[in-house]
Design a protein around this ligand. Structure first.
Ligand code: NAD
Length: 436
């Protein structure tokens, strides 16, 4: 199949490279000339495991090309995927669809009858209808509009794309279904279920999935608070409930609250849709509030662990990206924590294995350490914010001896209290008995 991918970010680039790897002919279009120049030279604009090799191999085979010129990029495509950003609009949290509609208007000038326009971006219910309306307004006929939301996770994006739990396709005509079935056919060998639904249903399915996961995270976070009050261990509670097939073990890790480029904005956008249609979504609304409060409260946790204000204290921070194996800083829990630490007069020395470049755009008032030990050196407290693998087996004796204070605040429950205490550290996890 001949595919065009508009938007070459975390989703567009991974999807484009994977489609090319299936054997399709893919042209990735982006308006960011720097990104495209870099990709043409083999430089990745994002950090994602395995991506560079995948892009290189498929570019060399001539199946994957990059351009800033949308008309030439989509010229012969049978399917044009839209994978541009849909950030939360400032103020009301509504999904900002400017990038999507701008792309559609540009596309309208060149698209040929028979092409299928597929929205891969996460977009509110009814966006497909609006795309159809815009195309009609621009005089386009004979084009199908489908929805194919993406469920990949950053940090495991290629594996997720190639071995998805399911593929959701929302389409209103058989031609669109046929084209998308053909595009995803290589995955049927892996028995990936493909679910055909109406377009509006597919659009809503993506939001429902992310909202449900956000609820699960917030649920275990609140149970963690209760564990601290009643002297129980949330890790054991999570295991005890997660082994129940009806619940499942995933997304039951207590921590500093969810962040990233999807859950915060998608939960808000779902609430906007609900409000627009006059249907209250109390569970999701509460989850958003619980998570915002949780992220804001992490600084108090650090102060309770130290036993005083952080004013004048040196705080080491391990992990800045919103999760391991990515450089994505969007809505990362590290941001409110570090901003509050600095506001309250702390000196912060932070280390992240790959997100430094992105983090430097966010923080101008902290030191960036070159490794975990340097971040800990001289610190009154060390806070683990992102559970990178390389933070899981640190030499705690070395850490403890280089620190000024001996406080380890483990917001990801990476360490056991006993091993931390044996190294001479005072340990504070999340939801693990009566602590902070
Ligand atoms: P991103 O910001 O990394 O990438 C978007 C890209 O689109 C940018 O490179 C931008 O330059 C480009 N772009 C914008 N308008 C354009 C236009 N008119 N023509 C050409 N290029 C244009 O975004 P992302 O993280 O890849 O997310 C894309 C969409 O996928 C969002 O709707 C997001 O919610 C959804 N999504 C993201 C993830 C994830 O893990 N990041 C997972 C599933 C779904």
């Amino acid at each position: 199949m001949r595919i065009a991918m508009i938007g070459t970010g975390y989703v567009g680039l991974v999807s484009g490279a994977c489609f090319a790897d299936f054997g399709h002919q893919v042209c990735c279009v982006d308006m960011d000339a720097g990104k495209i120049e870099g990709l043409q030279a083999g430089r990745m604009p994002i950090w994602e495991p395995g991506l560079e090799a995948l892009v290189k191999a498929n570019s060399e085979h001539g199946r994957l090309t990059f351009t800033t010129d949308l008309p030439s990029g989509v010229a012969n495509a049978q399917a044009v995927f839209i994978a541009v950003g849909t950030p939360a609009r400032r103020g009301d949290g509504h999904a900002d669809l400017t990038f999507v509609f701008d792309a559609v208007r540009e596309l309208a000038k060149v698209i040929k009858p028979g092409t299928v326009v597929v929205t891969k971006s996460t977009v509110p219910v009814g966006t497909g209808d609006e795309i159809e309306r815009i195309l009609k307004e621009e005089g386009v006929t004979g084009v199908s509009v489908a929805s194919n939301p993406e469920f990949l996770r950053e940090g495991a994006a290629i594996a997720d794309f190639k071995h998805p739990d399911r593929i959701v396709v929302g389409a209103e005509d058989e031609h669109a279904r046929e084209i998308l079935r053909e595009i995803y056919r290589p995955l049927f060998l892996n028995r990936a279920p493909i679910l055909f639904t109406g377009r509006r249903t597919a659009e809503l399915t993506k939001y429902a999935a992310n909202a449900f996961l956000a609820v699960k995270i917030s649920f275990i976070n609140e149970i963690a608070d209760l564990c601290e009050a009643v002297d129980a261990d949330v890790q054991d509670v999570a295991r005890g409930i997660g082994l129940d097939n009806r619940i499942g073990p995933k997304f039951l890790h207590a921590g500093p609250g969810y962040g990233g480029s999807c859950f915060p904005k998608d939960t808000l956008a779902l609430l906007q849709t609900a409000e627009k249609f006059g249907v209250d979504q109390r569970i999701v609304r509460t989850t958003v509030g619980v998570n915002d409060d949780r992220k804001a409260a992490m600084v108090d946790r650090v102060e309770r662990a130290i036993g005083s204000s952080v004013q004048g204290k040196r705080i080491g921070v391990l992990g800045l990206a919103f999760k391991p194996n990515t450089d994505d800083m969007r809505d990362a829990p590290s941001i409110p924590l570090i901003n509050s630490l600095v506001e309250r007069g702390a000196k912060v020395s932070a280390f992240d294995p790959v997100a430094r470049e992105q983090a430097e755009k966010v923080f101008n008032n902290i030191e960036f350490a070159h490794d975990a030990y340097a971040a800990a050196s001289g610190a009154d407290a060390l806070v683990i914010v992102t559970e990178w693998d390389e933070f899981r087996a640190l030499d705690l004796d070395k850490i403890a001896s280089s620190m000024g204070g001996k406080v380890l605040v483990d917001l990801r429950n990476v360490y056991d209290r006993q091993e931390a205490e044996e190294a001479g550290l005072t340990y504070f996890g999340v939801g693990r008995g009566r602590t902070v």
